[in-house]
Design a protein around this ligand. Structure first.
Ligand code: ZN
Ligand code: ZN
Length: 133
């Protein structure tokens, strides 16, 4: 009697698994050896300190510690690559998982809207590709 609910749950599970695989694929492609960031050793922060001005010239202080620009660049490129893979998959359920993962999901979004968005995005990607050629 909970047939409909169970089916919905399965679709969700399937989409979660597929989205997870898609993300893994992107990670493997972008960082096959699972390397730490060369700039900050995976800390996510870098310190730009001047000797004598800093409480802790080695580790950096609050004043001069900032987010690692290489990590920011990497995560931007990674998100962009994931978005492209989602669009290429053309799978509404995967797209829904992706929207959830980037915090852009809302219950008002209909399947039709996602389909339309996927089509628009795919057209945009292929036209920007041909522009570059
Ligand atoms: Zn400092
Ligand atoms: Zn970094």
């Amino acid at each position: 009697m909970t047939q409909a609910k169970a089916d919905g749950g399965r679709t969700d599970e399937r989409a979660k698994v597929l989205f997870g695989l898609l993300v893994d694929d992107v990670d493997r492609r972008m960082n096959p050896n699972d390397d730490e960031c060369w700039h900050c050793d995976g800390e996510g922060y870098v310190a730009d300190c001047f000797d004598g001005f800093c409480v802790d010239a080695e580790g950096g202080c609050e004043e001069c510690t900032r987010r690692c620009p290489e990590c920011a660049r990497y995560s931007y490129n990674r998100l962009k690559a994931i978005r492209e893979e989602v669009i290429k998959s053309g799978d509404v359920d995967i797209a829904r998982e992706w929207l959830r993962s980037v915090g852009r999901w809302s219950d008002d979004i209909s399947t039709e809207q996602i389909t339309q968005h996927l089509e628009d995005a795919r057209a945009a990607i292929s036209s920007s590709r041909s522009d570059q050629q």
